[in-house]
Ligand binder design. Structure first.
Ligand code: NAD
Length: 295
C-alpha cells in the first residue's frame, strides 16, 4: 500500500481520496479550503501543511483542482510539488485542464526525474463516490503501469490515450463530440415537435437509423424514451451545463493553439455559453433543449 498525497478535496477530490483510504492506502490531504480536510481526517486520513509538504512525504501525489492555472500554481509555483517531490515520485493530475498546461507541468516534472500522468476523469461526483470513474490517461507507459492499482481504487475503466497531454486531449475531443451531438439531437426533437411527429416515434426510428448516437439512445433530452435520462427529472444534473461549457472552451483553446478550425465546436461553445448565461449553469447539459425551445 502506498503513501499518497491528495491535493484538492472538493466535490470530486474528497470522495476519490476516501476511496483510496478504503483501499488501504495511507492518504494525506491538502486543500486551501478547510471543509474537505476535516472530512478526510474524520475518515482516517491525515493532513499536510501545503502541497509541497505532501509531495515531500509521499510516493504518489494525486491532484484534483479546478483549472489549468491552479494546476500550474500547485505544481510549478514557489514551493510547488515539482520542486518538493523526491525523484521517482509518481504525480497524477486528474483535473480537467488545457493540454498546454498539462504538457508544461509534465515537462517540468520529467526534468526533475519525476513521473507524471494527466488523468482526467469522466463519471462525475456519483462516479467519484462509487469508485466507478473512467480515467483517460496521458504519459509514459511505465508510469501508467505503476498508477494502475491507485487508479483502480477510484475508477472502473482506465484507458491509456498516449503521451503527456493525451488524456486531456482525448477528454476534450470526446466532450466536443458530446456537446455537438446533444445540440443536434435536441434540435431534431424540437423540429419534430413542430412538425407534429411523436417524440417516441422519432426516437424509435432515429435510434435504429443513421442518427443513432449516445446523446439520443443513452441520454435522450426529452422525457420518456430513455427513463434514466435527466430529462425525466427536470434536467437535474448529471453533468452540468457549466462543466460542458468548460470542456467546450478548453477544446476551443486547444483548436486555436493547434491552428485548427472546429466550426461546430465553436458554435456549441457559444450556445452553451448563452444557455449557462440564463442561470442554467447547474442544470444538466441535456437541458440545452430548453434553451433551443426558447424556455
Ligand atoms: P471543486 O471546486 O469542488 O474542487 C476543487 C478543490 O480544489 C476545492 O476544494 C478548492 O478549494 C481546491 N483548490 C483550489 N486551488 C487550490 C490550491 N492552490 N491548493 C489546494 N487546493 C486548491 O471542483 P470539482 O468539481 O471537484 O472538480 C475538480 C476537477 O475535476 C475540475 O477540473 C473539473 O473540471 C473536473 N471534473 C469535475 C466533474 C464534476 O462532476 N464535478 C466531473 C469530471 C471532471
Amino acid at each position: 500500500m502506498a503513501r499518497i498525497g491528495f491535493v484538492g478535496l472538493g466535490n470530486m477530490g474528497l470522495p476519490m481520496a476516501l476511496n483510496l483510504i478504503k483501499a488501504g492506502h495511507a492518504v494525506a490531504g491538502y486543500d486551501v479550503s478547510p471543509a474537505g480536510l476535516e472530512k478526510l481526517k474524520a475518515s482516517g486520513g491525515s493532513t499536510g501543511k501545503s502541497a509541497a509538504d505532501l509531495a515531500a512525504n509521499s510516493e504518489i501525489v494525486v491532484t484534483m483542482l479546478p483549472a489549468g492555472k491552479d494546476v500550474r500554481a500547485v505544481y510549478l509555483g514557489d514551493g510547488g510539488i515539482v520542486a518538493a517531490a523526491k525523484p521517482g515520485t509518481l504525480l497524477i493530475d486528474s483535473s480537467t485542464i488545457d493540454v498546454e498546461s498539462a504538457r508544461a507541468v509534465a515537462e517540468a516534472a520529467e526534468k526533475k526525474g519525476l513521473e507524471m500522468l494527466d488523468a482526467p476523469v469522466s463519471g462525475g461526483v456519483g462516479g467519484a463516490q462509487a469508485g466507478t470513474l473512467t480515467f483517460i490517461v496521458g504519459g509514459p507507459e511505465a508510469a501508467f503501469a505503476k498508477a494502475q492499482p491507485v487508479l483502480a481504487a477510484m475508477g472502473k475503466n482506465i484507458v491509456h490515450a498516449g503521451g503527456a497531454g493525451a488524456g486531456q486531449a482525448a477528454k476534450i475531443c470526446n466532450n466536443m463530440i458530446l456537446g455537438i451531438s446533444m445540440i443536434a439531437v435536441s434540435e431534431a426533437f424540437v423540429l419534430a415537435e413542430k412538425l407534429g411527429l411523436d417524440k417516441q416515434k422519432l426516437f424509435d426510428i432515429a435510434s435504429k437509423a443513421s442518427g443513432q448516437c449516445w446523446s439520443l439512445t443513452s441520454y435522450c433530452p426529452v422525457p420518456g424514451p430513455v427513463p434514466a435520462s435527466p430529462a425525466n427529472r427536470d434536467y437535474q444534473a448529471g453533468f452540468t451545463a457549466a462543466m460542458m461549457l468548460k470542456d467546450l472552451r478548453l477544446a476551443q483553446d486547444a483548436a486555436r493553439a493547434a491552428g485548427v478550425t472546429t466550426p461546430l465546436g465553436a458554435e456549441a461553445a457559444s450556445l452553451y455559453g448563452l444557455y449557462v448565461g440564463q442561470g442554467e449553469a447547474g442544470r444538466d447539459f441535456s437541458g440545452i433543449i430548453r434553451f433551443l425551445r426558447g424556455i
